[in-house]
Design a protein around this ligand. Sequence first.
Ligand code: ATP
Length: 949
Amino acid sequence: MTQLLTPGDRSRRPAAAAEAAGPLVQTLPPGEVFAALDTSPRGLAATDAVARRDRCGPNELPRARRRRVWRQLAAQFRDLFAIVLLVASAITFLIYALQQPRDVGTFRLAVAILGVVVLNASIGFAQEYSAERTAQSLQAMVPHTCRVLRDGERQEMPARELVPGDVVVLEAGDAVSADCRLVEAHEASVNNAALTGESDAVGRSGDPVAAGPLLEARNCVFMGTDVIAGSAKAVVFATGAATEFGRIFRLAAAAPRQKTPLQLQVASMARRVAGAALAIGAVLFAVRVPAGQPFVATFVFALGVMVALVPEGLPATLSVSLAIGVRRMARRHALVKKLLAVEALGSTTVVCTDKTGTLTQAEMTVTRVWAGGESHAVSGVGYAPVGEVSDRLSVRELLRVAGLCGNARLLPPPSDAGRYPHSGRGGWRVLGDTTEGALLVAAAKAGLDLAAEEAAAPRVGEHPFDSVRKLMSTVHGAPDGDTYCAYVKGAPQELLARCTGIDWKGERRPLTEELRAEVVATNDELASRGLRVLAAARRPVTGPGCTQDEAESGLTLLGLIGMLDPPRPEVSDAVDACRNAGIRIVMVTGDHPLTAEAVARRVGIVRQTAPTVVTGTRLDALDDNALDGVLAEPTELLLCRVSPEHKMRVVTAFQRRGEVVAVTGDGANDAPALKHADIGVAMGASGTDVAREAAVMVLLDDSFASIAAAVRLGRSVYQNIRKFLIYLFSHNIAELVPILAATFAGFPLVPITAVQILAIDLGSDVLPALALGAEPPEPDVMDRPPRSRRERLFSATVLGRTLFLGGIQALGVCVVFFWHIHASGIPYSHFTEDNAVYREAITMVQAGIVVSQFFNALAVRTDRQSVFRIGLLSNPWLLAAGCFGIGLMAAISYLPVLQTVFHTAPLAAADWAVLTAFGVLLLAAEETRKWWLRRHRPVRPVGRKGGER
Ligand code: ATP
């Protein structure tokens, strides 16, 4: 192995030493690169690769150092609420220290406030810690593979296995996994934004360049960048931390976590409520002191009430519920990369979906071949090359050319076939494009040995496929080495426009209008059966370096190939669910309109007799106003023969109309549409790295059904957040109203003490709220229209429900309190803190709130449905949390040590029975309200007729 240098080495060594050590990788001609890196055009031998892997380590960057645990914990105390509470606790401690005589109640309050701060910090810490772990494990689920030549065989393997000397094959959409020197490039260009910040595409070639900065060498590609067009072959010269990316970003910090609009909304609401709590505390103080209450005691009490009303646990509960949503979506194969997607999913109104792979299985099988005016059937299903072509001879040239003009490989069933979830029937797999894979299978069924054909006509050039021109061409030499031929395949319309002749049973005929019409009619006939149709053609060219224009004009058409791609069985139900949920589904495909319509009918996207079909050409002719008009029409919509640029335009147009758009994409040039959409959805199994980077959600199984599942979960996350908001705020009303009532009724003491309120917060707030955040989706969650993006979280409905439930609770506790006081016959002015009746009454108030919160938690579980329909016991966490709260209350009521702390008294069985009756009453009232709602305000059936919501 020649001593080879990269400028990275050079910068670390004295210049003279560098010169003496050997040439720079970018200055060598392609043929010498292999020798210099001690490898060959066949790639490394497997044993050599293992040895190099042991020597160089895995191709990974060192992980960014995680924040120390104590720092993470300390950060929790820097939160606004924590600071407010800490200050309140400090003031209370101070008052206790200065009091003469000291009141142990003040001390308890200070400790209780501190307890609330610690509990919240612990929850916040646990949530952040687990969110980080979840993010890491989710990240590991996104496949990061690369194509490598080892022992002359092309294979796909995890990018971390790459070693210097590996020969990699790069295609548009691939992320570059190591620093590589190109030895072959076909119209390749890369985006170096991650390294240079420059996001324009820069062309690459395999030719040697003069010595200079490595990053400027046009024959090198670097880890962390993306191939955005063309294809290339390259030799790895640096991996892991030794790459340019590794040098620059060695200790790359984790991306800052952004707050979603929902989190911001909740945070601002929590701040406002905290402001209101402070105001209420101040008012209580201002009213009670002139009424003759002791100054210090009233101040301490008002402080306690303020603290109790501050919704300090709210942001943490929100984050937990979003995190639960993300985990649930991952279980349904939808990997959310940004929390933003969780809430946007709930208000999605339009899904623009690809066809191949998302609605269909992407398991292409050629079923018909047309050549020389005759149509032939091909038998067999899937990628196993087992089947027959009805007339092998007449389709031989068509399948030979189509088979050689491609980069896919057919892999026989591996011995451990179970490891490959995307393998086709019989375990045969396609490495690369599935359309091209189907052509290889068809060629094999026609008895062609493509390896021998390739040897006889070796490929010397390539113009890669792109979805704008919808064509691909390769240039092949003949055995004599003097003549060259271009083989072209692609969408029939595009190819036909570039053909001047047609192969008619071995002889070239001019492509007359009649023959052209016959080809078009055959194409339409195949497409209307739902087949993807490809045409193939060829022509002699001047040499290996012929231009794309030369290779793809003046062609002789060889025939048409129709391939079947069966719909995914789970998609029809998912399409129905989306229709019910008022979500419009628009198919966006590069395929022929008739193919698109046939598939759309099969999966239920099209049911009308005449859907609106807009082709790429028509889209080009429409200005923005006209396009808006088309999208506004209440019909089923198919966008066919479109390019990624069209997709982007349609997404923007939908957004202009106020729609919330989810769009799927797999190719490198889908990235702008994926970024621009409200929810960019990339394919995990078949998509490109570039698309996955641009998207906010990745479908691990590529299926449309997973989008529908994610929408359902996204909606339920939002609903759950509302549930615990109602739950939390309604009990605040139940705490506050008796205090105000007692104040205004002239009762000298408080009906519930600040320490009691804090105990309720600790025992009955946080855990049930967390359990509500984990509620499974309600059965009718997909029967409602999408939530408007403008809708506020704390809407009039939520406020109304909070007042309704909180009002009933407040009424209940006021009744039990004053009933106790009045039944004793003791005048107000004779009550002291140690009075047994008073202690019983305040115990009743505290227990009343705790018990009614148990029933309240059950009541808020559904919006409209009866809670009995989803099953009273179906959220065991909620029941456990409720029982914990009641258990704690019982301990406060019966344990002498806690009785002293809380000034409580033991309640009789009859007292609990009364409180339970109030709880049942609350549930009954809420059930009646829901029944009334179902009866008088039925949900408008939202299933869009056609395209309409
Ligand atoms: P879909 O919605 O089915 O996923 P798409 O939008 O991804 O379609 P493209 O892959 O861009 O469509 O293909 C557009 C057209 O180009 C196809 O209908 C087909 O005729 C042709 N085509 C697809 N793949 C190739 C290929 N590898 N080589 C040549 N032509 C191809």
